[in-house]
Design a protein around this ligand. Structure first.
Ligand SMILES: [Fe+2]
Length: 250
């Protein structure tokens, strides 16, 4: 099964369109789409992004913390002020059917021997898997050999050896266009990075292909017209720090 995996679109339609165009241009074949949460928040195009992802008919489309904040399932006060501001704006413009779509998103799914979550295996909405200690704690509770996570916006790969439970997991920042072979004897936590707000100092939109038969994980990056998204954000009066971070990739 070839699974097109992406996460953290964050209402950035120019980035989402660029990813879908890139998939076509590279002739990346896929059987299913898995989306790991945070369709909205930060960006200016919540309705367009929800409708585009719905049109892809993803086999899995999860809820993220920003989706929950827009739904009122978490208090936006738990967010950074700038993020909370866009949550409140998103509530004011989101169409009812799109809000209903967000509301129907599950917090986790299992498919092809993988656990899919937005945050972490032990805390699907909120926890960031961004360091070795957190990865180790999550490997300890994982029932599947592989977990796919989003939320940190960083395309990290964590790997653990079940034969050596005392050893720390290792982490790698995955390079684009280079398939990583997933060894059957090891366990993995994989993050496809972010479509709409990358945070690894690379402003290009990120996504990945998991091929469960070839046992490969391949990260892709594509440029998109960042200034289009930024111009929309400026016209809407969004906080300048959120606008600038898109071009910096952080
Ligand atoms: Fe996010």
């Amino acid at each position: 099964m070839r699974c097109l995996v992406f996460s953290d679109v964050h209402a950035n339609f120019a980035a989402l369109e660029a990813v879908l165009r890139d998939v076509k241009q590279r002739r990346i074949g896929y059987d299913v789409v898995w989306f790991l949460g945070d369709l909205v928040g930060y960006g200016p195009d919540p309705n367009e992004c929800i409708e585009q992802v719905r049109a892809l008919a993803p086999a899995v489309a999860l809820a993220g913390n920003h989706d929950w904040a827009v739904l009122g399932k978490v208090d936006p006060a738990a967010f950074h002020d700038l993020a909370a501001e866009v949550v409140m704006w998103t509530r004011s413009v989101i169409r009812a059917e799109n809000l209903a779509y967000l509301d129907a998103r599950p917090t986790q799914a299992k498919a092809e021997g993988c656990l899919l979550v937005h945050g972490s295996p032990r805390e699907p909405i909120w926890e960031y898997v961004i360091d070795l200690a957190t990865a180790a704690a999550n490997f300890a509770v994982m029932e599947t050999p592989c977990a796919l996570v989003g939320h940190s916006h960083v395309p990290l790969l964590f790997v653990a050896d079940p034969e050596q439970p005392e050893a720390k997991p290792r982490a790698f920042l995955v390079a684009p266009n280079t398939p990583v072979f997933l060894k059957p004897s090891l366990r993995y936590i994989l993050n496809p990075g972010s479509v709409g707000q990358p945070r690894d100092q690379d402003p290009r939109a990120a996504y990945a292909l998991l091929d469960t038969e070839a046992r490969t994980w391949t990260l892709y990056r594509t440029t998109y017209p960042v200034h289009h998204t930024q111009a929309k954000m400026r016209a809407l009066g969004f906080p300048e720090a959120l606008i600038v971070r898109l071009q910096l990739g952080r």
